[in-house]
Write a protein that binds this ligand. Structure first.
Ligand code: RIB
Ligand code: CA
Length: 315
């Protein structure tokens, strides 16, 4: 029986791959996509989510739009320079025939959580604004979450958007603080495990050659490849969000340790930093399963093979 899944996302190049990975994986049943501001603005993240689902022939999956900005302090800047101004690396996907779900994201999540006979896994791969709002507006529904897998933060790898902070946490530090100090069953997939997990150009070529879906996914990635080459001098790309979805598909893929985590919500240089207490294994109900170990080669192979399988399916 596949696990019911919801993805909260700000597509976003790596978000797009993460959504495609979920659709390629029979272990999960993608019931809902909710969108949030982040890499680009909400209108674009929402349109991109619709188009990525349509690319894979799954415009039946509802897309509900959520928060257009952070809870308290507006997100200082978007990430168009990394993801392209429209958010998909300059690639124009065909528009979806589906319309945005009329329900706000928090309502759609609440109805899914309340109606599902099985515990729902939620993967949050953008700023945590929608998840924080769910906690505050519908705590009883939030308590029904089976697993919350978050791409975000960093225990010991510093930041990517600033020296201290990872982008998703930095984009809404107050939301991240509310979620990471809640009692939700949370797995935190941070830079410690995503940065070593590099999808190289051989892997991209494999799914690009598989057919039209893989070819479009590779085209979307190209800006990420070019950015990585310029910014880091590397020939591969870190597909952060896909690793979080992999953990949702195959629980236990990542080695985790229960840690107490707080977020710097100040307005100084440390804003958005996740302070992970690695002195002890936490027994607190608010502890977070922090991913500290990854088999990067196996994770990349899993991603490549699953993305290639999208074109192997009967039309
Ligand atoms: O830090 C990586 C995260 O920021 C990913 O979710 C990526 O999509 C960007 O939003
Ligand atoms: Ca993202």
């Amino acid at each position: 029986m596949p696990t019911p899944l919801a993805i909260d996302t700000d597509p976003g190049i790596d978000d797009a791959l993460a959504i495609l990975l979920a659709l390629a994986s029979p272990e999960v049943d993608l019931k809902l996509v909710t969108t949030v501001h982040g890499n680009v603005d909400l209108a674009r993240t929402t349109e991109n989510a619709l188009r990525v689902l349509h690319l894979a022939g799954r415009s039946d999956v509802p897309v509900a739009a959520g928060a257009h900005d952070s809870l308290v302090h507006p997100q200082p800047e978007r990430a168009g320079h990394v993801h392209g101004t429209a958010g998909l690396g300059g690639v124009e996907l065909p528009p979806s025939p589906a319309a945005v779900d009329p329900r706000p994201a928090v309502v759609a999540l609440t109805e899914l959580l309340t109606a599902s006979p099985e515990p729902v896994t939620i993967v949050a791969i953008g700023p945590l604004t929608n998840i924080a709002l769910l906690l505050r507006v519908h705590p009883a529904a939030a308590a029904r979450i089976g697993r919350l897998v978050i791409m975000g933060g960093s225990a010991a790898r510093g930041g990517n958007v600033t020296a201290a902070a990872e982008f998703n946490v930095w984009a809404d530090a107050e939301a991240a603080q509310a979620v990471l100090t809640s009692t939700l069953p949370t797995v935190l997939v941070g830079l410690d495990v995503t940065l070593p997990t590099v999808l190289d150009e051989d892997g991209i070529a494999r799914f690009a050659a598989a057919g039209p879906i893989g070819a479009r996914a590779a085209a979307i990635l190209q800006q990420y490849v070019d950015h990585a080459r310029t910014a880091y001098g590397t020939t591969g790309v870190v597909v952060h969000d896909a690793l979080a979805v992999t953990e949702a598909i195959l629980p236990g893929t990542l080695g985790t340790v229960r840690r107490d985590v707080v977020v710097d919500t100040g307005l100084g240089f440390g804003r958005g930093q996740t302070l992970v207490d690695r002195r002890t294994v936490s027994t607190a109900p608010t502890a977070v399963e922090v991913a500290e170990h990854v088999d990067s080669a196996a994770a990349v192979e899993f991603l490549v093979s699953r993305l290639a399988s999208l074109d192997a399916r009967p039309v």
